[in-house]
Design a protein around this ligand. Structure first.
Ligand SMILES: [Zn+2]
Ligand SMILES: [Zn+2]
Length: 769
């Protein structure tokens, strides 16, 4: 006897070849009915004998298309209505939401076509199918259908149209489907502002390859924006790119054809190879091999290189041999001036990037959403993200509790925002440092786009306590305009809760939040914090002792000022008579100014920052006195830390409440070693060990007081893998359960998630009462 089943499939089921898969499955099981995309997911009706329907549903769950993520399958049995065939119906709009697939790198089938001279898409740079290609970056609204993507302006040729409408074809309803006859095209353009440059040769890819081989800089339009590309083995080209981009030392990412090529200049483990080859194609931080052909200028003073594999057919073509041999690796850095958002529009790129690029490799498929490359690494067998963006966003972080609809606005640096709904936290792609109008404008547009895509209508806004963050001002204005609840969240509380949320822990923990700076509840600049925290609230169990931050922002850019501050705090005026290299590095007038400011307590906010303590030690050791990118002094200090050192510096054991840890004894130890001629590499390791030791010591004191045995580590300082590894080991050795970040960045890129969870907990409580 026939029955009818209505099946709703939720998860990432649109733009991943799900409907053709359902169609084939229905054929196999000889069932009639229909399938459609709706704003709640994929809806299916199948009619036939009960047994076949059960088989259909089992197969549906068991073997979905490779990029699909099934979150839930709901089936209801209904009386039959007598369907006579199985069809794919037009999409239905509604007010529910679906999960949208991130952009997916080209699949193996499409890659075969790309290399096959017999194929009609041979060497076509825009090949895609239902299993691969652009998604998030071309979607303007849901449901995901061609008219709601930037492919809407291309009319398919009869051949492509036939593939698109044939349920048996692997391009059935592949929304960006295209071929050389009907799809997007490449163009190699000269830079109008550089008339002296030779005009580009005929075929765009061959031309670009030739220009890159000649050492010029080419702006390449990718999936989520433009890259600036140059030959990574050409020191002069890389130096020119640095100069033009005004990026002095911050590492550039590189791209190579495949893992074997990457192995020529980096160590790649099996796990790292998998990460490199994953469909998200992130930038993976890999240990570089000494004496590799990659120019030192790519990542100065860094033992790691950020490497990615090609993710679009265009990248594959650029990195393979033509008349001009393929480059070993290309620098692929985001197409922008430092600190501005990545360029996405052709006209915008031609204008904004003209001081940076010699030529432009353009195409006419528009990018709707800006999305930078993601950055990740393998840490102890698990992924640890430092930038969660292309290939990951807008896939949500799944939580094990139901959330209200909240907008969490994020922090200032490495901004991301977060929208919550149901059990999902939609963490945005990387927005960047909110220090200029362009980034802020991009932020606003992204917030609105996410609200529309995921049908989120926030009832409250969560934001950082810092009154001058652009994201905070935006939150307050929005709350005012729309009458939303305002929920301020302390920076380090948000860090710790972000770590709890991604680990699925909803209990009170000892939270350790170490970073550069975050606005404290007392108006001071926090950053070396031990908190007793749960989702709703926190108490400050302890922190590093306050020291002045002489000149505020100026002390962050010039770590030697922090060295002065910490030395004066540790030694008093005596510090100035110590025979230290440091004193020769600072102009007498600036030193006098810093001392005056500190004595008069003018423009010297107090800080407990752990990041600034790293800065101070880095400057004191002569590693880095002035930085030109965030975190540089600490990164360079980490890079030279010797292996196999187990010693620590003395520090005063925790006492009192809250526990104040004075770094002075540590500074005295460092100075003493320095004067004894101990190697800087050894001092660096001892200093790292000491910070881990302090973390464990304070955690133990906190455990005695609270009985809590779980420690959550968060904050940008824990991007330091020497410190993180050592701290985790020591915590575990002392019987703690230690949590750290994996899928959400430990830096400020993860703050928004924590803000959202704190806000949700507060909203829930106010409703209970
Ligand atoms: Zn494909
Ligand atoms: Zn076509």
């Amino acid at each position: 006897m026939a029955v009818r089943a209505q099946v709703v499939v939720r998860g990432v089921v649109q733009g991943v070849g799900f409907r053709p898969f359902v169609y084939r499955l229905a054929q196999e099981h000889q069932l009639n009915g229909w399938v459609l995309n709706s704003t709640q997911g994929v809806v299916i009706e199948v009619e036939g004998p009960r047994q076949r329907i059960d088989g259909f549903i089992t197969a549906l769950r068991a073997d979905p298309p490779p990029q699909a993520v099934i979150e839930r399958v709901e089936a209801n049995l209904l009386p039959p209505v007598g369907y006579s065939s199985f069809i794919v119906e037009a999409s239905r709009e509604g007010n529910e939401f679906v999960l949208i697939s991130p952009d997916i790198c080209i699949c193996a089938d499409c890659l075969d076509e790309l290399w096959n001279p017999q194929d009609r898409r041979w060497a076509y740079p825009f090949i895609n199918c239902t299993n691969c290609g652009p998604r998030f970056t071309i979607i303007s609204d849901i449901p995901y259908d061609r008219p709601k993507t930037t492919m809407s302006t291309f009319t398919m040729c009869p051949h492509c149209d036939q593939e698109y409408h044939n349920p048996a074809d692997r391009r059935f309803h592949a929304q960006p489907n295209a071929c050389p006859l009907c799809g997007p095209r490449l163009e190699l353009a000269s830079n109008g502002a550089r008339p002296a440059e030779p005009s580009p040769p005929g075929e765009p890819i061959e031309g670009a390859r030739r220009l890159l081989a000649a050492g010029t800089i080419v702006a390449v339009k990718g999936l989520g924006g433009f890259h600036l590309a140059c030959d990574a083995t050409n020191a002069a080209a890389v130096a020119t790119l640095r100069e033009r981009k005004q990026r002095v030392d911050k590492p550039f990412a590189v791209m190579s054809l495949d893992v074997n090529t990457v192995r020529r200049y980096c160590q790649v483990s099996e796990g790292e190879a998998q990460l490199l080859e994953s469909p998200a194609r992130p930038i993976v931080l890999l240990r570089r091999k000494p004496g590799s052909p990659i120019a030192a200028e790519v990542a100065p003073a860094n033992n790691y290189l950020g490497v990615m594999l090609p993710y679009t057919p265009l990248h594959y073509l650029l990195l393979s041999d033509g008349v001009t041999p393929a480059p070993l690796a290309l620098v692929m850095t985001s197409g922008n001036m430092s600190e501005e958002p990545i360029a996405i529009d052709n006209q915008e790129a031609l204008e904004r990037l003209s001081p940076l690029a010699d030529h432009f490799l353009l195409h006419n498929r528009d990018i709707h959403v800006r999305c930078d490359d993601s950055v990740t690494r393998l840490f102890r067998g698990r992924e640890a993200m430092s930038r969660r963006s292309r290939g990951y966003a807008p896939f949500p972080v799944r939580l094990n509790l139901e959330l209200k609809e909240i907008l969490a606005c994020g922090a200032e640096l490495k901004n991301t925002f977060c929208l919550t709904k149901g059990t999902y936290a939609f963490l945005s792609q990387h927005i960047g440092d909110m220090e200029n109008y362009e980034t802020f404008a991009s932020y606003q547009a992204s917030v609105e786009h996410f609200q529309k895509l995921f049908r989120v209508n926030p009832q409250a806004v969560a934001y950082d306590l810092h009154p001058d963050y652009l994201a905070t001002r935006y939150a307050l204005e929005l709350a005012e305009a729309k009458g939303l609840r305002r929920l301020p969240v302390q920076h380090h509380h948000a860090h710790v809760v972000s770590c709890l949320a991604e680990n699925g822990v909803d209990e009170e923990v000892i939270g350790v939040a170490f970073d550069g700076s975050g606005y404290g509840s007392d108006g001071c600049i926090w950053g070396g914090e031990f908190l007793l925290a749960d989702y709703r609230r926190f108490r400050r169990l302890g922190h590093l002792k306050y020291v002045p931050l002489p000149g505020g922002e100026a002390a962050i850019k010039r770590p030697y000022r922090m060295a002065v501050s910490h030395l004066l705090s540790a030694f008093g005026e005596e510090a100035l008579r110590l025979p230290l290299e440091l004193w020769t590095q600072i102009e007498a007038t600036e030193l006098a100014l810093v001392r005056r400011m500190m004595a008069a307590k003018v423009n010297c906010p107090l800080t407990s920052s752990c990041g600034r303590l790293f800065d101070a030690v880095s400057a004191l050791l002569g590693v880095r006195g002035v930085v030109n990118y965030e975190g540089q002094a600490a990164i360079e200090l980490e890079m030279l830390a010797a292996e196999g050192v187990d010693e620590v510096y003395d520090w005063s054991p925790p006492s009192g409440y809250p526990i104040i840890i004075d770094p002075a004894p540590v500074l005295r130890g460092v100075v003493s070693d320095l004067r004894r001629g101990v190697e800087v590499a050894v001092i660096s390791a001892k200093f790292h060990n000491t910070i881990a030791d302090i973390t464990v010591g304070v955690s133990r004191a906190a455990r005695e007081r609270t009985g809590i045995n779980r420690v959550a580590l968060s904050g940008g300082v824990f991007q330091n893998t020497y410190l993180l590894g050592r701290t985790l080991d020591e915590l575990e050795r002392h019987g703690f359960e230690a949590l750290s970040h994996h899928q959400v960045p430990t830096n400020d890129g993860g703050i928004a998630l924590g803000q959202a969870l704190v806000a949700n907990a507060r909203l829930s409580r106010s409703k209970e009462r």
